[in-house]
Design a binder for this molecule. Sequence first.
Ligand SMILES: *[C@@H]1O[C@H](CO)[C@@H](O)[C@H](O)[C@H]1NC(C)=O
Length: 449
Amino acid sequence: MLQILCLALFGLLTGVQADPGALLRLGMDIMNHEVQRAMEESHILEKMAAEAGKKRPGVKPIKGLSNMKVKDVITPVITLNFVPGVGIFQCVATGMTITGKSFTGANMEIIVVLNITATNRFLQDEETGLPKFKSEGCEITLVSVKTNLPSNKVISKFLDSTLHKVLPGLMCPAIDAVLVYVNERWASLNQPMPVGHMGTVRYALASTPTTTASHVQVDFSPLVQQQTGQTIPLTDPEEALELPEDYGEGSSQLFLSAAFLTAELGLLQKSLDVKIQDKLIGALPPQTTETLADFLPEVAEIYPKPKPLVTQIKITKSPKVTMKSGKSLLHLHGTLEMFAAQRGKHPVSLFLLEVHFNQRIQYSVHENRLQLATSLDRLLSLSRGSSSVGNFNEKELTDFITDYLHEAYTPVVNDVLQVGLPLPDLLAINYDLAELDIAENALVLDLKA
Ligand SMILES: *[C@@H]1O[C@H](CO)[C@@H](O)[C@H](O)[C@H]1NC(C)=O
């Protein structure tokens, strides 16, 4: 019932296909589920049956058949097939009992089993830019016809011509009506979805969806916008998405590129700046100048009496997500400045360090939002900016800073990441069921219908 249209134009473009920020492959599992659901929720065949007896303007009554009613509609069995470049071929196998009075005046009952077939072309709506299916070439094929009338040539001719007149008008609108249900479920796609209070993501289509022999493919060029309205562009066009093909036949996947996740985390950059002034943090020793003096003896000379430490961390570059098969990292560049707190006075800056470190990312999906949890992977570089405690060698601080980032800063990062990242809202896909996999430059969500 879904029909997919692939423009000839697209064929010309495939060679230079821009790498999308996100890509959705809808296999037969999701499509079947979707059409089945639309058919059930719409109760469409029953509605058509109920309509059958009513007089409708413009519809001529059938000669020789009066009081027509339709009952006992058989639960439809729907079969879908992808038509490459076009959309989805749909066959609805069903049946029903038609009652009425025949031209002889006799009460007539016809039990008919039939197939409704149509091609659902997949298009992009010109007005809304949303994908939509449109049915074409609806046909009714009679599988069997049984009747209580005596079987003779006149009767069978009558039945045949009557059914061929009645059934398409009765059943084909059902196909369109079901598509309305399916199409509705793409409508939210255009809505910007919030990432906390920091901004929004909108999954705009990059091009008209295409159909292959095994799936419908939807390319997104997501729009990441700060609350101020500024767009964060997706960078790294050189890092092409390599899409693994080794997923089960008929299965569906969502691919999110590292570049796209990087742009989304750009929204959170400011939230990653913090001032930490707790004396007790996780498993760390009390944060005072005395503790620091274990690593930098100079500090003990300047502060013979221990003073509490205050730390300010600022992320100075946009956070960057990288992915290599099985491992994803969040790169953070920034400054870490340590102060000695003074009673009644401004804290005094001890030193400022330029830091670059990695957080290892674990992905999961909760309530249809992508959740990231991180742990410190490695402190990659440490260099001294300013210092009020002399020219120390910053390497002396490697262990201290590593432990500090692990115990004090990782919880801050994870807290900020808790907002979760929105996933494309369409066909009521339940992303919570997905299996996640880190591929080359992309996160793969293997979807379950
Ligand atoms: C009707 O549809 C069923 C299920 O798709 C198929 O097996 C059968 O061959 C079809 N019959 C006709 C007459 O088209």
